[in-house]
Ligand binder design. Structure first.
Ligand code: TYD
Length: 145
């Protein structure tokens, strides 16, 4: 079996139960993701041209799913930006702690569902980019800013 490197972001193909009555997808923590789900939240009604995010988390790990529509998740580890386009309700993006993220390019009617490993705590957020860069340099040896 493949050894998964959970210290990096990763696209996860979720189970898809095909059904003529409508398809079904589920997440069952231990089978698919490396954390227990403590909280689920979702964003919706995002106006055209708007972006979300603009922070990183000290501890929280997340799985992001476009349960409707499509949008981009832009991740920065202090060295390079990588953009993931999410547009399938059976595909998740795993985001480890310590990644700066922005979400943009929301198609009208999109729903961004996030499963996360911690309860909501403002202390877990790093909302200042310079602080993120310092933390990232400690973690990864450098931050390009
Ligand atoms: P935030 O995480 O900054 O939104 P996004 O990253 O999607 O742009 O959260 C926006 C606001 O909602 C902020 O005031 C905190 C609040 N909030 C909660 O109260 N509980 C939650 O679980 C989340 C995710 C946010």
């Amino acid at each position: 079996m493949e050894t998964v490197n959970w210290s990096e972001p990763r696209i996860i193909q979720l189970p898809k139960i095909y059904d003529p009555r409508g398809n079904l997808t589920f997440v069952q923590d231990a089978d698919q993701i490396p954390f227990e789900i403590a909280r689920v939240y979702w964003t919706y009604d995002v106006p055209a041209g708007e972006f979300r995010g603009g922070h990183s988390h000290r501890e929280a790990e997340e799985l992001v799913v476009a349960t409707g529509g499509s949008f981009n998740v832009n991740l920065y580890d202090g060295v390079e930006w990588v953009t993931y386009t999410l547009n399938r309700p059976y595909v998740g993006l795993y985001i480890p702690s310590g990644y700066w993220r922005t979400l943009d390019n929301f198609a009208s009617g999109s729903v961004c569902l996030v499963m996360t490993s911690t309860l909501y705590s403002e202390e877990d957020y790093v909302r200042d980019f310079d602080e993120f860069c310092s933390l990232s340099a400690e973690r990864r040896g450098r931050c390009n800013g």
